[in-house]
Design a binder for this molecule. Structure first.
Ligand code: AMP
Length: 208
């Protein structure tokens, strides 16, 4: 199972990915998570990426593509992967195709989790993430329901940055829907429903 997850920030890609990982044991490769870890650990990549992330802009392609290439080579990704938040533009999609073809692998499906932008704005403003295990919850979670860790609001989920992120999504990432449609591998689910219902549709769309 090699899958690319598409959808606006806050569409629920990460949540659906967590469920697929639990059930099928594939590698969850979230470039946002990898970049946040790099920022937290103050690696050279993290220092370079931070300003772009804080502004809700895309981190330069060469940095992110390198990160994904390295991650796809790790052991757990050999069984299958879910790419979450990558590719984010056509250049990244082309780089991914060429890297996978060098590895003798390909993408089985690009799955769009489709949610209207008004819903996205509301969701992002109430999203909270566990500092310890990365669980995604809402402002109603006082502590992490999975590990009791502290829940916090990502800086880039604050209203001033959310608008930039949605603009970036519309102008740079949304065209990937046509890209993967052209490759005949696009699947789509309506993400504006309870997560269990969405998950059932995800499995059906992926024929799992
Ligand atoms: P996410 O958690 O996917 O919403 O990503 C958070 C931030 O990390 C984005 O707003 C970007 O600044 C950066 N980022 C994540 N994935 C990518 C990517 N594929 N290309 C460029 N920047 C990225």
């Amino acid at each position: 199972m090699n899958i690319v997850l598409l959808g606006a920030p806050g569409a629920g890609k990460g949540t659906q990915a967590q469920r697929l990982v639990e059930e099928f044991g594939v590698a969850h490769i979230s470039t946002g998570d990898l970049l946040r870890a790099a920022v937290k650990n103050q690696t050279e990549l993290g220092v370079q990426a931070k300003g772009y992330m804080d502004a809700g802009q895309l981190v330069p392609d060469e940095l992110v593509i390198g990160l994904v290439k390295e991650r796809l080579g790790e052991d757990d990704a050999q069984k299958g992967f879910l790419l979450d938040g990558f590719p984010r533009n056509t250049a990244q999609a082309v780089a991914l195709d060429s890297e996978l073809s060098e590895m003798g692998r390909d993408i089985d499906a690009a799955l769009l989790v489709d949610v209207a932008s008004e819903v996205i704005i509301e969701r992002l403003s109430s999203r909270r993430v566990c500092r310890d295990c990365g669980y995604t919850g809402t402002a109603a979670d006082e502590s992490c329901p999975r590990c009791s860790g502290e829940m916090y609001q990502r800086d880039d989920d604050k209203p001033e940055t959310v608008k930039n992120r949605l603009d970036v999504y519309e102008s740079q990432t949304a065209p990937l829907v046509e890209y993967y449609k052209g490759h005949g591998i696009l699947k789509s689910v309506d993400g504006d429903r309870p997560m269990d219902v969405v998950y059932a549709d995800v499995k059906e769309a992926l024929a799992l």
